[in-house]
Design a protein around this ligand. Structure first.
Ligand code: DP6
Length: 347
């Protein structure tokens, strides 16, 4: 008889970027992200114990948005194989995995973060339910974040509501390279009201995967300076996030986004993931900010789309500006209105 476990897990948007890794998915610098609400993945894991005649090894079928997806299947296979040392019982089951997203995959919206954390949550729940090893209800989130990290680094931050930090740093004692820790309770209340509207400059597939991008940092001449900058920026940003200094936080957030793209541009081979309209929107946004003095800032993922960040107290003005001045430069005028969310939950 088969049983099902299902989780919804959100995407997250990094304010201090993770870019560069080593060893078994360990980050070169600590990062912090806001957890989103409307951009999420839902994953259903149906599992059935194999019988004695079944083939040994991992066995699963995967459907994404109801269809087979060889690329995603290969990534899942790689992930599940990589954790067999810590979850050997996975070989005892046949799995049917179904996943769908609330947003278009690739194009720089972290679909790997939401999709793979949702799967890691399902597998961690299975381990907990069967009472495997040291899996308990008490360490559930930490374990789920740990396995999410092994699937995709940024995924480990999606578990918690509000905000999460991943990576050792002198600025936050509880932080670890192995899993993310929640930071929501330390955020000034204004950041809990933050909107994150994703403006789709282009919904085309990304030209470089994040995984390939991280590898490019190995030969990048600016790598060491970047890791030092990230450390310094995180320390400053944590102070601003605690105190509610929205402008100071905004400057650091924009610097991080542009640094990420500068690193990609200065890698060998180099990648320019911004589109002409990405830059146009940045100029328009900065001009509007200069004129109004309102705290509307942007960040970018490894893609051309602009993530706009603002507190709900300027919602009316920000949204009027976005509608009239920015959406005409988006692909088919499309955007996804998102905001800081509550983190993953079981369905
Ligand atoms: C630019 O987590 O997608 O979004 O660990 O190889 O799966 P892998 O990479 P991934 O990298 C995300 C990079 C980023 C910045 C961030 O989210 O911190």
């Amino acid at each position: 008889m088969s049983k099902t476990i299902a989780w919804r897990s959100p995407s997250n948007i990094a304010l201090i970027k993770y870019w560069g890794k080593y060893g078994r998915q360990l980050p070169k610098n600590a990062s912090i992200s806001l957890t989103l609400e409307n951009a999420f993945s839902e994953t259903h894991l149906q599992y059935e114990q194999k019988n004695a005649q079944s083939a040994a090894g991992l066995s699963f079928d995967f459907l994404f948005e109801g269809k087979e997806n060889p690329n995603f299947s290969a990534r899942i296979e790689k992930f599940m194989s990589s954790i067999l040392d810590e979850m050997p019982f996975l070989k005892d089951y046949h799995f049917q995995i179904q996943s769908h997203n609330s947003f278009p995959h690739s194009a720089g919206i972290a679909s790997s973060a939401s999709g793979l954390s949702a799967l890691a949550l399902c597998l961690t729940q299975l381990a907990t339910e069967i009472g495997y090893g040291d899996f308990t209800k008490e360490n559930f989130k930490e374990k789920a974040s740990y396995f999410s990290r092994l699937a995709s680094g940024s995924a480990c931050r999606s578990i918690y509501g509000g905000a999460a930090i991943w990576g050792e740093t002198p600025h936050y004692e509880k932080a670890s390279n192995l899993y993310a820790v929640p930071y929501g309770e330390s955020l000034h209340p204004i950041f809990h009201t933050y909107h994150n509207d994703i403006l789709f400059v282009s919904k085309a597939e990304k030209k470089v995967s994040s995984t390939a991008g991280h590898q490019l940092m190995e030969g990048n001449p600016f790598a060491e300076a970047r890791y030092a900058q990230a450390q310094d920026n995180l320390g400053k940003l944590l102070t601003h996030l605690k105190n509610g200094d929205i402008h100071e936080a905004g400057f650091i957030i924009e610097e991080e986004a542009l640094t990420l793209h500068a690193l990609m541009m200065s890698s060998r081979p180099s990648f320019v993931l911004m589109q002409p309209n990405t830059l146009l929107l940045i100029h328009k946004l900065r001009a509007w900010r200069e004129e109004t003095k309102l705290p509307l800032y942007f960040t970018l993922d490894a893609g051309p789309n602009l993530h706009l960040l603002y507190p709900s107290e300027i919602k009316t003005q920000a949204q009027a500006f976005i509608q009239s001045e920015l959406l005409p430069y988006c692909e088919n005028g499309q955007y996804l209105a998102d905001k800081v969310g509550q983190g993953a939950f079981a369905l």
